[in-house]
Design a protein around this ligand. Structure first.
Ligand code: MN
Length: 192
């Protein structure tokens, strides 16, 4: 089957100034689209054609893994964002964050530290195991914690293409600017 890039549930300018319209157009419109096009070309006529994207990520390696995971990661990232959120985690997720990281503020600091500590390209993740324990996972390149058997809850893209137009070399500023955009209800729904 052919994967189709889902349309964003908000206007390309809606995330500004945290993420400019230009960055959304390049990042989602060009980078993410290219991963999906590459994925579709690679799976055509192969045994991967009828697998779910998640199964491709768990089973493939090399270029197919890279394109499949990048296709999935970007959709997960962009759909976790929404303008006008300014929220914080609540409920069971909040309790688990406080249990496993001490406080929400400490979690945010640890998450940004892990994201800025990735050398080169990658993704920083909040993920849970099957017992509900939370982990901050730093993955290089197209990495996804699903390949470690963990459940992805939230991710920030630390590839330079994610922020260079708006923040140049200031990765920490780019990552910290994302907090007001996080849809914590959606993140918690992934945890429950
Ligand atoms: Mn990206």
């Amino acid at each position: 089957m052919k994967y189709v890039q889902p349309e964003l549930p908000y206007d390309t300018a809606a995330l500004a100034p945290a993420i400019s319209e230009e960055t959304v157009k390049f990042h989602y419109g060009k980078h993410e689209k290219a991963y999906i096009d590459n994925l579709n070309a690679m799976i055509e006529g192969t045994r991967f054609e009828n697998l779910s994207l998640e199964d491709i990520i768990r089973e493939a390696d090399g270029a197919l893994f890279n394109n499949a995971s990048q296709a999935w990661n970007h959709i997960f990232y962009f759909f976790s964002l929404n303008p006008g959120m300014n929220g914080e985690p609540a409920g069971a997720l909040r309790k688990a964050i406080e249990r496993d990281f001490g406080s929400f503020e400490q979690f945010k600091a640890d998450f940004i530290k892990a994201g800025t500590g990735i050398f080169g390209s990658g993704w920083v993740w909040l993920a849970a195991d099957s017992d509900g324990k939370l982990f901050i996972i730093a993955e290089q390149n197209a990495g996804n914690p699903m390949t470690r058997g963990l459940i992805p809850l939230l991710t920030f893209d630390v590839w330079e293409h994610a922020y260079y137009l708006d923040y140049q070399n200031r990765r920490a500023d780019a990552l910290n600017a994302l907090w007001p955009l996080i849809d914590w209800d959606l993140v918690e729904s992934r945890y429950l």
